[in-house]
Design a protein around this ligand. Structure first.
Ligand code: PEP
Length: 251
């Protein structure tokens, strides 16, 4: 099973647009349900309206969670609230959250909150820049060590991991990663997971690619890049392109 996870970020703006987008995404999820698990992650304020309009098999996730349950955290939402909203998944470690202050330690605490509430973590990792010497690999290794450090296989297996090179994300990115760059990293990550949990478990853990993925480059990320699906931003807001991307993945 491949994954297609849409991170809507801070869009759309209006209820009516949200309802329209969910309905169109419902259709796409239904069409490709045999081969793709499709999930949408709307802004938190829209979780209830998305929940009301969502149809099986489309999944719903939050774009973040507070690292602790302390009430005095203006602007944040807790894992209990997310659970109450009906969401099943939560994105943590996204580079845009890290840029606003989330450290590896925060991400680890958030992960713990999610396991406590039986929510499925979508954990983003990825280097800020690349260099000729391969130092970027140690940045990713640090992220992996923080996330998986003390995790038993049973919990580790529940994580959906998204490799998102920060330099390839969003409208300001120069380019997507190449499938070869993606492949190098999925091999690196799988080796880490395999050393820790054994080959059989590591092979079954989904590693998605994110960063300017679209209907044109998706095929090569799956085949050459060995990704198990995608975390997407911009394309998730455009049902036509999302449909085309799902069709490509399904092939
Ligand atoms: C993202 O924000 O996680 C992302 C991958 O965005 P985009 O697809 O727009 O590059």
């Amino acid at each position: 099973m491949l994954y297609l996870i849409g991170n809507w970020k801070m869009a759309p703006e209006k209820n009516i647009q949200v309802i329209d987008l969910v309905k169109k995404t419902n259709e796409i999820a239904k069409l490709y349900k045999k081969s793709i698990t499709t999930i949408v992650c709307p802004p938190a304020v829209f979780l209830p309206i998305v929940k009301k309009n969502i149809k099986v098999p489309l999944g719903i996730g939050s774009q973040g969670v507070a690292a602790s349950d302390a009430v005095a955290q203006t602007g944040l939402i807790s894992a209990s609230m997310i659970k109450e909203s009906g969401a099943q998944y939560v994105i943590i470690g996204h580079s845009e959250m890290r840029a606003r202050g989330d450290s590896n330690a925060n991400v680890k605490d958030q992960l713990t909150r999610l396991f406590e509430k039986k929510l499925t973590p979508i954990v983003c990792i990825g280097e800020k820049t690349r260099d000729e010497q391969g130092w970027y690999l140690s940045e990713v290794k640090d992220q992996l060590e923080t996330v998986y450090g003390d995790l038993a296989p049973l919990q580790a297996k529940k994580i959906i991991l998204a490799y998102e090179p920060v330099w390839a994300i969003g409208a300001q990115a120069d380019r997507a990663a190449t499938p070869a760059e993606c492949r190098e990293m999925t091999i690196f990550i799988r080796k880490f997971l395999s050393d820790k949990y054994g080959e059989k478990i590591a092979k079954a853990m989904p590693i998605l690619y994110g960063g300017s993925a679209d209907e044109f480059n998706a095929k090569s990320f799956l085949e050459e890049g060995t990704a198990d699906g995608f975390l997407i931003g911009r394309v998730s807001l455009d049902p036509k392109r999302l449909g085309a991307l799902a069709k490509t993945i399904n092939k």
